[in-house]
Design a protein around this ligand. Structure first.
Ligand SMILES: [Zn+2]
Length: 206
């Protein structure tokens, strides 16, 4: 199905040290929607912020779709200090609880260790979001579980324009968007995730 199709290059501007974020400096608030990938082209967050003239100390909010390592691994530096010392952090409690649970199978150790390192030290600045919450002015949370237990996407509105930040709702621009019932091996619950694909894509199409 993919052969012969034009597959756009992903716009990867993130990962290791630190690794995350799309930045929306509108509304007088600097907001980082944390994400990143495991690729040699990633790990550019601080450089991207610097080029945009944004000091990480000026980031007010870090909004996280889910507790995977490639989405929150840039919250804190390896030495434990916060990359965004003045930010508030937003994530679902379901993902916080799952991501910081040391009793999970050892295959998840890297994910759990990274989530703990990047969530627990910021607990006093952490806010648990729920489906439908206006997390920030003009930013609404929409629960889309399946990839993780609390995976959440965000509708960002500015005037008459809207942008949907879909996190890991779909990992492939053809397989999971044109065939949304396709199941993805790295989803916590592939069948629930497939239902979320269809529900969210239907909502976006309307
Ligand atoms: Zn993920």
């Amino acid at each position: 199905m993919v052969g012969g199709r034009f597959i756009p290059r992903f716009n990867c501007r993130n990962t290791p040290n630190p690794r995350s974020a799309d930045v929306d400096a509108s509304r007088d608030r600097a907001v980082a929607f944390a994400h990143n990938l495991f690729r040699p082209t990633t790990g550019r967050l601080l450089n991207s912020l610097k080029q945009a003239g944004i000091d990480p100390k000026d980031i007010d909010a870090v909004v996280t779709t889910h507790a995977h390592v490639d989405h929150l691994g840039g919250n804190n530096a390896d030495v434990g200090t916060s990359i965004f010392p003045n930010a508030q952090f937003y994530i679902t409690q379901a993902d916080y609880d799952f991501g910081t649970d040391e009793s999970k199978p050892k295959e998840l150790k890297t994910f759990i260790d990274t989530a703990r390192k990047n969530l627990i030290p910021n607990k006093d600045r952490l806010h648990f979001i729920k489906d439908g919450d206006e997390v920030l002015l003009g930013v609404h949370a929409i629960l889309a579980p399946g990839h993780t237990v609390g995976h959440t996407i965000f509708m960002i509105n500015s005037g008459k324009e809207s942008l949907c930040y879909i996190g890991d709702l779909a990992h492939h621009p053809i397989l999971l968007l044109e065939k949304p019932y396709t199941e993805f091996a790295y989803d916590a619950d592939p069948k629930q995730s497939a239902r979320s694909h269809v529900k969210m894509l239907t909502m976006l199409a309307e």
